[in-house]
Design a protein around this ligand. Structure first.
Ligand SMILES: [Zn+2]
Ligand SMILES: [Zn+2]
Length: 350
């Protein structure tokens, strides 16, 4: 790993071969984009969230789990041809050596490790550093340039311990045993992570699911993630749901769907629940701060761990992290990539 980039025709700076294009990050000597926002010829997809895994690409390379998630969500539109690449397996695409390593974000999520002309660049996709039973942990890879997300890139964002948040939910259930508790969760990742956290906390009763959450839970199970007993909430009688725990997409918790429940306590599991105003706006009584993105401390620690002399920051609040890195002697800049919404924030039904 080298600490500086001297003009050297044999070792061109990575900004000479990785370009920001309207359709997304383009790796020129490989002829492929990473998480393109518009259909392209060749795409590498970091994970299955809908702002990263978009339909219509000719050729898609991703982990087997990410490809399975894409097929389930968008069917044929997942790509003209789908090429699985296991974690840690090497592949040469054009003039670039490519490897995928775990990102700890959701099932199948990967960082893309690129090597070309003597430099190594790691594109993190979305990631977190805390343990998650539903996916492999983030693996720090030393590199020359680290491309990091910054969804929660402000020092005010410090996610509390996730088991503590789940403890608050269980406490509320014991205080109001007659009411049902409905928790808004994103269908891919958050739903399954919350279930595994509940199971780890000793909650072994059935968990009821809105129909929109069922297919992804099935897929996780097929990939070996234990979820315990799950039941369809849509088929249940109101009486059955008294005192029950029901998970639903964020858009369903506040609408007519939730009225079928017995005097529900409305909760939501999201990193954004740290912002009280957002919780209030959405009518959330019990905000649970559980995020699949790195918080400020995790972002800073990760810059330390990968030891890159240069970082490119994208996908959120870039300025604070750019400032922090610069102060620590790391070259840093914001990458103007567009089209990434945070799955934690608003819609989250699909
Ligand atoms: Zn994501
Ligand atoms: Zn994202």
């Amino acid at each position: 790993m080298s600490a500086s980039f001297h003009p050297n025709p044999d070792r061109p700076h990575p900004d000479r071969w990785i370009k920001v294009r309207p359709e997304g990050l383009y790796v020129e000597p490989g002829g492929f984009h990473i998480d393109p926002v518009r259909p392209v010829e060749r795409a590498i997809v970091t994970h299955g969230h809908s702002d990263h895994a978009r339909p219509g690409n000719r050729h898609v390379l991703a982990t087997p789990a990410t490809l399975a998630i894409m097929r389930q969500r968008i069917g044929e539109a997942a790509g003209g041809s789908l090429q699985p690449l296991e974690y840690g397996e090497g592949l040469t695409v054009g003039d670039v050596a490519v490897r995928l390593v775990p990102a700890g974000h959701v099932l199948g999520s990967a960082q893309v490790v690129l090597e070309h002309a003597g430099s190594r660049v790691v594109v993190s996709g979305d990631y977190k550093r805390r343990p998650d039973r539903t996916c492999l942990p983030f693996e720090p890879v030393p590199c020359d340039v680290f491309v990091t997300e910054a969804t929660f890139g402000l020092p005010v964002f410090r996610h509390p311990p996730d088991l503590g948040e789940v403890g608050r939910l269980l406490h509320s259930m014991s205080l109001f045993p007659e009411r049902s508790h409905v928790v808004g969760v994103y269908a891919l990742g958050k739903c399954q992570r919350l279930i595994t956290l509940l199971r780890a906390s000793g909650y072994d009763r059935p968990i009821w699911l809105h129909g929109a959450l069922e297919p992804m839970c099935r897929l996780y199970r097929e990939h070996g993630v234990e979820l315990g007993e799950l039941r369809p909430a849509t088929a249940a009688a109101k009486e059955e749901l008294k005192g029950a725990l029901v998970l639903a997409p964020p858009s369903a918790v506040a609408d007519r769907w939730a009225r079928r429940l017995a005097d529900p306590v409305v909760a939501m599991a999201s990193g954004w629940m740290r912002v009280r105003q957002r919780a209030r706006q959405r009518g959330v009584e019990l905000p649970l701060v559980i995020s699949d993105h790195a918080d400020w401390d995790e972002l800073c620690r990760t810059l330390e761990d990968v030891g890159a002399p240069e970082v490119w920051v994208t996908h959120g609040r870039e300025e604070a992290l750019v400032h922090y890195a610069t102060r620590r002697g790391i070259r840093a800049r914001a990458l103007a990539l567009i089209g990434f919404e945070d799955e934690d924030s608003e819609e989250g039904v699909s």
